[in-house]
Design a protein around this ligand. Structure first.
Ligand code: ADP
Length: 658
């Protein structure tokens, strides 16, 4: 049973802004406010307002703080910004509290399980004049007329909070605000162009940087009348893992182009809930961009749009998604054109984007933002050091930060600066290493195990010419705390020229099973590293085999069944034992094939393992040279012509599940 902890804090009267923010929170949480109701609410607002809403939610739910019989808090109010997510403490508070409010400016970056646990995910409605009148009553602020409430409602909380001092009467605060507005109007419009780094100043953007610089030149040529709008790229879809710098790219691109940036988020539009409100928010962003043209409209979290083709068993959901995509297509392709508005969308997962959005004249350019390489990581670190020098050659830093995103590097820079400040010491490479999260350094035996697995993928991939091996590598160490750690990777480049046949898909399955086939050959048995996760070797191989049987008519029957739900292929296998048998049989054949090929090429396998444990990374060309120098034996009939498009270029990786 819950009880309320005694507390002896004096009750303070809230400030006007806090009382107004409280009205906003109360409005959002109304269905849950009955005492004892358990809930999880994820509420979205501007970054600048997060602190106000956090304090307001605390005042509403935590004052006094209810605790359980063990003294644990029953309410958790958390504020999370893009760079303040401390997974451990958030999960701990989620575990113990019954009433949870999480306030954030961005859904992107929050773990999917937290979002899925929410009873409500919604944008906090902006303050209304009515909120100001109610807030004034609660904060005991006299003189809140209807006109004043209407004047204050659209202003940022920061502006109102700054003008409104406890000792100053309301009318005087409003006069201050009016005067400030008049001064600003006299000084002319605020500089329209955003400030901050330009693309030219930033590292780690590769092809995206080149595209952006080209776009800025085209926009200038269009502005000076040298080229027509038809000659300017109308939009792009940026994709890359969270924290790789997609939003930062958009800001820098706007600076380089010298145009305004309108920031929008598909997930925020979606959080409006009803389809009508969703479409209204979407159109409003495009209207704002049109008014500000020339400008850049950035749409974050574009995967929230989904695809009209994505399988779902729910007709209502399919219809909702169709209308959203149609609405977006109208905005991207309006009958009057959208001269002067370049649209850049961003996603972590481009495979779920509706193909119609990527056609010419829409988000026509697909640009990957990779995780930064060693040079880019050093440049990003120095960028976030804000001019502070680092002693040391940074070789250890480069090696220890493989796989880190720009966001990780920014956090490292911030932590290092803070500790150096406290210690009043210089920032050294030693200090960076100290600040980094603890890592597990693999033993020689562990490294060899990973090398065996990756060498198996690489050799089968090259022998069966399924896609083109670019490189194979193993990690020397990994962060100690992480849910899905990649410890090695055989990386393939898609070859999208030829038609896809069952021969190609079977070769890919054999390549995927090459990892455990090599383990079995060398150690006598396989490990758990090839399964247990939707992106694992066995899961991908099972999905390919299922698609051959049920999607492509390349198995035992020609009829097509697409499946439904979040894992449609698994759904098909679950309800059809015959399909499961066919998939299993195909996997076994390909596993035996991979084992036979590796047995024939045992000397090459051993050589590649040695190369990996010695230098950790081997280029695709080296593996091809290794294999072509050895005469092929019985496996030669297995070698097929190069074939196209894999489902993923990251397969063939070995993971650790902690
Ligand atoms: P995304 O939109 O891909 O999730 P963001 O653009 O929000 O990533 O980046 C998160 C943080 O990481 C930002 O605060 C930014 O400063 C930093 N960051 C990411 N990439 C870079 C980069 N190439 N250069 C400098 N900082 C970067």
């Amino acid at each position: 049973m819950a009880f309320v902890a005694p507390h002896n804090r004096r009750k303070f009267r809230p400030s006007l802004v806090l009382a107004v923010a409280k009205c906003g929170i109360r409005h959002m949480l109304r269905p849950f406010l009955r005492e004892g109701t358990a809930f999880v609410a994820i509420l979205l607002c501007n970054e600048d307002d997060i602190d106000y809403y956090r304090k307001a939610a605390s005042a509403l739910l935590e004052d006094p703080m209810p605790v359980d019989e063990n003294g644990c808090d029953l309410v958790a109010v958390l504020a999370i910004t893009a760079d303040s997510f401390e997974a451990r403490s958030v999960y701990t508070r989620f575990r113990y509290a019954r009433r949870i409010v999480l306030i954030t400016n961005k859904l992107d970056g929050l773990p999917a399980d937290l979002i899925a646990s929410a009873d409500i995910v919604s944008e906090i409605a902006p303050p209304t004049p009515e909120h100001y009148r109610a807030g004034a009553r609660e904060a005991k602020v006299a003189g809140m007329t209807e006109e004043i409430a209407e004047f204050l409602a659209p202003l940022p909380f920061d502006t109102v909070a700054t003008a409104f001092r406890v000792s100053r009467p309301l009318a005087a605060s409003v006069r201050h605000l009016l005067r400030a507005q008049q001064e600003a109007a006299k000084a002319g419009p605020a500089p329209a162009k955003p400030s901050g780094p330009r693309l030219e100043d930033m590292a780690g953007y590769g092809a995206a940087r080149d595209w952006g610089i080209q776009l800025s030149e085209d926009l200038r040529a269009w502005q000076s009348g040298d080229i027509s709008w038809e000659d300017v790229d109308r939009g792009a879809l940026l994709y890359g893992p969270p924290g790789c710098g997609k939003t930062s790219y958009a800001r820098a691109l706007a600076n380089t182009c010298g145009v305004e940036l309108v920031l929008a988020s598909a997930a925020r539009w979606q959080a409006k809930g009803h389809l009508g409100d969703y479409l209204k928010a979407m159109r409003a962003a495009f209207t704002e961009a049109t008014k500000k043209a020339p400008c850049l409209l950035f749409i974050d979290e574009a995967d929230s749009f989904g695809s009209r083709d994505a399988p779902t068993s729910d007709d209502h959901h399919r219809d909702y998604r169709r209308q959203v995509i149609n609405g977006l297509l109208e905005c991207l392709d309006p009958s009057e054109g959208r001269e002067g508005v370049v649209v850049v969308a961003a996603t972590n997962n481009p495979s779920v984007i509706d193909p119609a959005l990527l056609r010419s004249g829409r988000l026509e350019k697909l640009i990957g933002i990779p995780l930064p390489d060693g040079d880019a990581r050093t440049a990003i670190l120095l960028h976030h050091m804000r001019g502070q020098k680092i002693d040391g050659d940074l070789k250890r830093f480069v090696s220890a930060t493989r796989g880190w995103s720009g966001a990780d590097l920014e956090k490292l820079a911030r932590d290092a600066r803070r500790i150096a400040r406290r210690r009043q010491a210089a920032i050294t490479e030693e200090l960076l290493m100290e600040v980094m999260p603890a890592r597990h350094v693999f033993s020689t035996a562990e490294l060899r195990y990973t090398a065996v697995h990756e060498a198996g993928h690489a050799i089968i991939g090259v022998l069966l010419s399924c896609d083109r091996l670019t490189s194979v590598h193993i990690e020397r160490d990994v962060p100690l705390h992480g849910s899905r750690l990649v410890v090695g990777l055989a990386q393939f480049e898609p070859d999208d020229r030829a038609a896809k046949t069952a021969v190609y898909y079977d070769a890919r399955i054999a390549m995927l099973l090459g990892g455990i086939a090599a383990e079995t050959l060398v150690y006598g048995c396989g490990s758990d590293s090839a399964g247990g996760d939707p992106s694992s070797d066995l899961a991908i191989a099972s999905d390919i085999a299922t698609r051959l049987e049920r999607h492509f008519g390349l198995g035992e029957s020609l009829s097509v069944e697409l499946g439904s739900g979040a894992r449609p292929l698994e759904y098909l296998r679950d309800r059809d034992p015959e399909l499961r048998r066919l998939v299993d049989a195909r996997l076994k054949v390909q596993f035996e094939r991979a084992t036979a090929l590796l047995t024939d090429h045992r000397a090459d396998l051993d050589r590649l393992i040695e190369m990996l444990v010695t230098k950790y990374r081997v280029e695709g060309a080296e593996v091809r040279a290794l294999l072509s120098s050895t005469p092929r034996k019985t496996a030669s009939q297995d070698v097929t012509a190069s074939r196209p498009l894999p489902l993923s270029t990251r397969d063939g990786e070995r993971q650790r599940n902690h």
